[in-house]
Ligand binder design. Structure first.
Ligand SMILES: [Fe+2]
Ligand SMILES: [Fe+2]
Length: 163
């Protein structure tokens, strides 16, 4: 079985019900797919490092946006959620460093993002959606900010590929 066949894939099951968060989760998984395709098709280490940087930047930026939404809606579990984000970013940095040293990290990365999808999005992020749905419409609308366009200024890291 190739790495891509084991790929964590998006389905509506993973929607938390806040448009911006759902959209960013999809973008992250799309960047993960880009990286795996780059490696599997042997498109070159330099390109793969850039794509991995995009994946890292998307993820970091998503965590910051999600935490801002949590602050805006005064979400009660922000601190523990923030801790999990920090842990995940540290692990992702570790994988990135290993790849830059020449290791094949596809399986580690797939395992990491499976955990992200099934443990974090499905459990922890889903609670943000539940909490927001219990709020007055004007407040829960914070999570409805549109996702930045594919090549727009809100897409950190995309420039890394083009550079
Ligand atoms: Fe989260
Ligand atoms: Fe999230």
């Amino acid at each position: 079985m190739s790495d891509n066949e084991m790929l964590p894939t998006w389905s509506r099951t993973f929607e938390v019900g806040l448009e911006r968060i759902d959209c960013e989760h999809k973008m992250i998984l799309s960047a993960l797919t880009d990286f795996l395709i780059t490696v599997e098709n042997d498109l070159g280490q330099r390109l793969a490092i850039r794509v991995l940087r995009v994946l890292y930047n998307y993820t970091k930026s998503h965590f910051e946006n999600e935490e801002q939404i949590m602050r805006d809606i005064e979400y009660e579990l922000l601190d523990e959620h923030h801790w999990w984000h920090g842990e995940f970013l540290e692990r992702l940095e570790g994988v990135r460093d290993r790849f830059q040293s020449g290791e094949n990290v596809c399986e580690s990365l797939i395992g990491l993002f499976r955990n992200f999808l099934h443990q974090h999005i499905l459990v922890d992020d889903a609670k943000i959606g539940e909490f927001a749905r219990g709020l007055p419409l004007a407040i829960s609308a914070f999570g409805r900010l549109p996702c930045p366009s594919e090549d727009g200024p809100g897409h950190p890291g995309r420039a890394d590929i083009d550079r």
